[in-house]
Design a binder for this molecule. Structure first.
Ligand code: C2E
Ligand code: MG
Ligand code: MG
Ligand code: MG
Length: 281
C-alpha cells in the first residue's frame, strides 16, 4: 500500500518536473526570435514623490508577448535569457527604448523626469557595457543624473572580472545606482558600504504587511533611517494600499512605487497619466 502511494507521489513529482522542463525548453526555443519578431515591449511604472505626490521617475519593465505562449512574465523569461545569453540583446533593446521614451517625455512634459532600468548581472560580462550605455545616453541627449540602474545583490556575488570597475565607471559618469529588492538577499550591508549605492529599494516583501506587522514597521523604519544616514534615497516597492502609503509617508520614505499609483503600462498609456499631471499644475 505504502509502496503504491510512493509510486503515485513519484509519478506526480516527475510529471510536474517534466512539465516545468518542457516549459523551459519551449520558452528557450521561442525567446531566440522574440526580438526579431517584435514581441518585446517596454512597459513603464511610475515612482511617486512621497511628499508632493508627483511622478518623478519611472522603472522600465520588459514584457514579452508571443502568439503561441501569450504573455510571459519577465520573472520567468529573464532567468532563461540570462542562461542562454539572450539577455544582452534584450538589455540593449530595453536600454534604447527606455532612454528614447525618457527623452520624449522630458521634452514634452517635464525635463526633470528620470528613468530606472534593470541591469542583469550577466550584462556586466560584456566589455563594452559602459560605452554602450554612454552612447545611447548621448544619442538621446540625456543627462546622466536622470538615469538610474537597478541591480540586485546578485551582481555583486558574481565573479566576473571588472564588475567593480564597471560600477565605478557608471558612478563616475554621474549615473545613479539603486540596490533592488533590498532585504531579500545576502550581506547587503557590506555591499552598500563598498559600492556607495545612491538609492535603496525596499522589497515588496517588507511592504505588504506593514499595516498589520509591527516588526515589519520597525524594520522598514530602521532601514529608512539607515539609508538616510548614508545619504541614500529610499524607494518602497509594491505599495498597494492607502494604509501602506500612509505609514511609509509617516516614516519618511522618499519615493513610492506600486499598483496603488499605477501598474507598469505601455508608453502610450503612461503618456496619458503624464498629460494629466502636467495639466494639473
Ligand atoms: P523588479 O525589478 O524587482 O520589479 C518589480 C516587480 O514588481 C515588477 O514585476 C513589477 O511589475 C511588480 N510590481 C510593481 N508594483 C507592484 C505591486 O504593487 N504589487 C505587486 N504584486 N507587484 C508589483 P515584473 O515587471 O513582472 O518584473 C519582474 C522582475 O523581472 C523584475 O523585478 C526584474 O528583476 C526583472 N525584469 C523586468 N524587466 C527587466 C529588464 O528589462 N531587464 C532585466 N535584467 N530584468 C528585468
Ligand atoms: Mg527593479
Ligand atoms: Mg525590485
Ligand atoms: Mg524583484
Amino acid at each position: 500500500h505504502a509502496k503504491e502511494h510512493m509510486r503515485g507521489r513519484y509519478a506526480f513529482y516527475t510529471e510536474n518536473l517534466n512539465r516545468s522542463v518542457s516549459r523551459k525548453l519551449e520558452l528557450e526555443r521561442y525567446i531566440h526570435g522574440a526580438l526579431k519578431r517584435n514581441e518585446l515591449e517596454v512597459y513603464y511604472q511610475p515612482k511617486i514623490n512621497a511628499r508632493n505626490r508627483r511622478i518623478v521617475s519611472f522603472e522600465a519593465l520588459v514584457r514579452w508577448c508571443n502568439s503561441e505562449l501569450g504573455m510571459v512574465s519577465p520573472a520567468e523569461f529573464v532567468p532563461i535569457a540570462e542562461k542562454n545569453g539572450m539577455i544582452e540583446n534584450i538589455g540593449f533593446f530595453v536600454l534604447k527604448e527606455a532612454m528614447a521614451t525618457l527623452a520624449h517625455w522630458q521634452s514634452q512634459y517635464d525635463s526633470e523626469l528620470s528613468m530606472a532600468i534593470n541591469l542583469s548581472p550577466v550584462q556586466f560580462r560584456s566589455d563594452d557595457l559602459i560605452q554602450v550605455i554612454e552612447s545611447v545616453m548621448l544619442n538621446n541627449g540625456l543627462d546622466s543624473r536622470h538615469i538610474e540602474f537597478e541591480i540586485t545583490e546578485g551582481v555583486l556575488l558574481t565573479d566576473y572580472e571588472g564588475i567593480e570597475d564597471k560600477l565605478r565607471k557608471l558612478k563616475a559618469l554621474g549615473i545613479t545606482l539603486a540596490m533592488d529588492d533590498f532585504g531579500t538577499g545576502y550581506s547587503s550591508l557590506s555591499y552598500l558600504r563598498k559600492y556607495k549605492f545612491d538609492t535603496l529599494k525596499i522589497d515588496r516583501e517588507f511592504i505588504s504587511d506593514l499595516p498589520t506587522e509591527e516588526s515589519d514597521r520597525k524594520l522598514v523604519a530602521a532601514t529608512i533611517a539607515m539609508a538616510h544616514e548614508l545619504g541614500m534615497t529610499v524607494v518602497a516597492e509594491g505599495v498597494e494600499t492607502e494604509q501602506q502609503d500612509a505609514i511609509l509617508v509617516q516614516q519618511g520614505c522618499d519615493l513610492l512605487q506600486g499598483w496603488l499609483f499605477s501598474k507598469a503600462l505601455p508608453a502610450a498609456k503612461m503618456t496619458e497619466l503624464l498629460k494629466q499631471q502636467c495639466s494639473s499644475t
